[in-house]
Design a protein around this ligand. Structure first.
Ligand SMILES: [Zn+2]
Length: 376
């Protein structure tokens, strides 16, 4: 009997799992089918839950701590505010921290319940990859999107000890850096925070950095530690200038892509339709968005600039944009292997997961990060 060929291991570089769970009141230990039946939504239908990741061969994800500001600025027309939205957005650093801590606690509860394995070190990673084929519990690398929860730069050490291995200084602008729709550079605390991250060996996620902040940060980040977990090629979205909901700085210019690629970093492709095709809006849905079309085009474009070793997945789905705002071929997590059709065969294993694994092996601490304790 012919041996079944296993699809390659898939790594998704950006999922807001804890935020999605808390903002939507979703129990992500249930299946996609169960949640869809219970919610019966026509927008932002769930695609990824913890047990369903295995169906899609998604062995590892970057799981964010994402504190949501009260001022949603650029995003308010772009994504769906979850019904009964909870908790309310932050207006102070302390409130931002409380949101992120509550999400950290969520990941730790999932870990305690055996629903995921937190990956904090290179040993954890190798151990997880060895166990996964027989025990396909998803691995999660903790990240932070928007650094306002870090009260002062010295406080980063605490987050590092909890297992946070990558930080994006901005979402929209924060106290640390200009961000999407808020064009500024780094602030003095932003430069200090980057130094604190570099001292520990944390990755620096440029996904939402304003352009000015990006170029300042390039010089303050170890080359191999600079990534963009969920951003696309701005050049392919240039007609978006007529879209008020999509700030022109949300995605990466060709020069920014090259700067990330030069250091060996990876750029995860964001799979939200409106980030794949500027002619697609939730209201008009003027063009079909397909893995075989726009997804393939974005990957090929970035690969042409920095090589296939510089691209990966950073879907960002279920963060206010679910089934109705994702490519036609993707109904839920089980369809992630279909992304392979957008990549030349010889590069599939790398793009679907191998490139992110290479970056993690290069950046995760070897051993020794203490088991985190729940804050009291
Ligand atoms: Zn984001």
């Amino acid at each position: 009997m012919a041996r079944q060929i296993e699809p390659p291991i898939i790594v998704d570089g950006h999922l807001d799992l804890a935020w999605s769970s808390q903002a939507n009141g979703r129990d992500l230990t249930r299946t996609v089918a169960e949640i869809r039946q219970a919610e019966s939504r026509t927008r932002d239908s769930v695609m990824l839950t913890l047990p369903d990741l295995a169906r899609g061969h998604i062995a590892l994800v970057f799981g964010s701590l994402y504190a949501e500001p009260a001022n949603l600025s650029f995003a308010q027309d772009l994504v769906a505010p979850p019904p009964g939205h909870h908790p309310p957005g932050y207006t102070t650093p302390e409130e931002a921290r409380a949101q992120a801590v509550s999400q950290l606690e969520q990941y730790l509860r999932w870990e305690e319940g055996g629903h995921l394995r937190l990956v904090r070190t290179r040993d954890d990673l190798e151990d997880h990859l060895r166990r996964w084929p027989r025990d396909p519990v998803p691995g999660v690398v903790l990240t932070m999107e928007g650094a306002d929860p870090v009260l002062v730069p010295d406080d980063f050490d605490w987050w590092w000890r909890q297992g946070v291995r990558s930080v994006g200084l901005a979402w929209t602008g924060t106290r640390y850096a200009g961000g999407t729709g808020d064009p500024r550079g780094l602030t003095a605390p932003g430069r200090e925070l980057l130094a604190a991250m570099q001292e520990r060996g944390a990755m620096h996620d440029a996904s939402h950095l304003a352009e000015e902040a990006f170029w300042e940060a390039v010089d303050l980040t170890a080359p191999g530690a600079l990534i963009a977990s969920h951003s696309n090629a701005r050049t392919l979205l240039s007609s978006a200038t007529r879209r008020p909901d999509l700030p022109p700085d949300r995605h990466l210019s060709d020069d920014m892509i090259r700067a990330i690629g030069r250091g060996g970093g990876v750029i995860g492709l964001n799979l939200m339709n409106s980030f794949l095709d500027a002619d697609w809006t939730l209201r008009e849905r003027a063009v079909p968005v397909r893995v075989s079309d726009q997804v393939a085009r974005h990957w090929a474009y970035v690969a042409d600039l920095i090589g296939w070793e510089g691209v990966g997945i950073g879907s960002d789905l279920d963060a206010g944009a679910g089934r109705e705002e994702s490519p036609e071929e993707l109904d839920d997590a089980g369809d992630w292997p279909r992304l392979a059709q957008a990549v030349p065969e010889e590069h599939r294993e790398a793009v679907l997961g191998g490139n992110w694994l290479r970056v993690l092996r290069a950046n995760l601490p070897n051993t020794g990060a203490a088991k985190p304790q729940l804050p009291t």
